[in-house]
Design a protein around this ligand. Sequence first.
Ligand code: AMP
Length: 474
Amino acid sequence: MKDCFRSLSLSAPLLKALEDEGYRTPTPIQRDAIPPILTGRDVLGCAQTGTGKTAAFALPLLERLAAVAAKADAPRGGPRHPRVLVLAPTRELAIQIVESFATYGRHTSFRSTAIFGGVNQYHQVKALERGVDILVATPGRLIDLMDQRLVSLTQVRALVLDEADRMLDMGFIMPIRRIERALSKDRQTLLFSATMPPEIRELANAFLRDPITVTVTPVASLAPKIEQALFRVSRDRKQSLLEHLLATESMPRAVVFTKTKHGADRVAKRLMQRGVKADAIHGNKAQNRRQRTLEAFRNGSLRVLVATDVAARGLDVDDVSHVINFDLSMEPEAHVHRIGRTGRAGATGIAISFCDDSEVDLLRDIERLTRMRLPLRPLPATLAAMATVAADVDDAPRESSGRSHGRPQRGDRGGRPGGPQRGNGERASQGHSPKTRTSSQGHRPGASAAAMIDAPAQPRPNGMGARGRGRGRR
Ligand code: AMP
């Protein structure tokens, strides 16, 4: 009883919805945040996705709406203007939050809607006209609608900033401040963020009144149920390594992160050519296409989802077995968000990061922020074996990649930068012998095989990197 939702004083319609969902025990953030939110306190929550934070704010806010609605003097009739406003960084997250409100509030009569950019505003405006109690919005579209006087925020009594650090990263600080100015000061404010950099604290100081701080994991630390691994691999061999891992490891549902939209398309296309059910999701894809892709990933008809950081934000899919950082994230905080896609809802997840020479600084930033060193895994034996073949057959002088990166890996030998690589991973993952691989393809054996191995590992004589800096400890 002590550990169940009943002890949090939630009313029957919400408890029933939780029962429908099969939730038995509140997660730590729910246990700590729901009681103060129910009493109207402001909350500063340091929590990443996968901790159950959406229910941690949605449940008590629904409960408070119900309490107001039950009062004899509650306003009745007339258009319903939003009384809860949730700001989220991306449309995916906005949709997910609104779906959560709908799920948890399914036995109540509250209406919620999401508004976000990238689609025609028509249906969103219509939904607002019909009246909503809970509005979930991305800041840009909300400002657009405010400027057109198509939304009224005068009734808002609770503001939630979800994934606030990400909203700041995405440059939403001015819109957020403007939206806040349009709200009554007499409101409850909840701010959730995976990390607490100084800008977030500043925002919290400006927006929250005497908040209760709830931290479910230490700042920027990682969910304990995520096993991490690191491969040092050259850029042009990442695809081969990915294909090898997909062919050899049990990886039922993986999210692969790339730096660019173009990169996401390229990786997904090559996987599809290898017969792996994969698709890419990023900001250039139409909203309905993105939703379809997400749905296919959710229902298991896609094995691999290749995504950019922004597109994957808020992605809530249970049972993501692996997160593969094909490219390291530009911001160390994003690494924390990325790997939070796996290990959700109590499951154990695996996060594998590929790091090429140009990413050593990013790796260092990630390790500094998370205060842990990513465990280095040697390249798979098939890839390393290729290196031996390469060394045997290719006597051509090898160019250094020009960057120092310390500890060479097993099989680390000089490679010919830019050598042919397509087909290497395919062959490696098919498990042919190295000799068959090289000859069957008819490439110059050395070039082909060399393309399989990790980055050339000759440090420059002065040990300096390409940009003239000492880099990387690995
Ligand atoms: P969130 O951190 O809000 O994105 O939630 C992460 C996942 O945990 C979602 O799939 C939720 O449906 C699920 N979840 C949230 N709260 C609970 C709970 N108390 N018990 C089981 N699953 C939950």
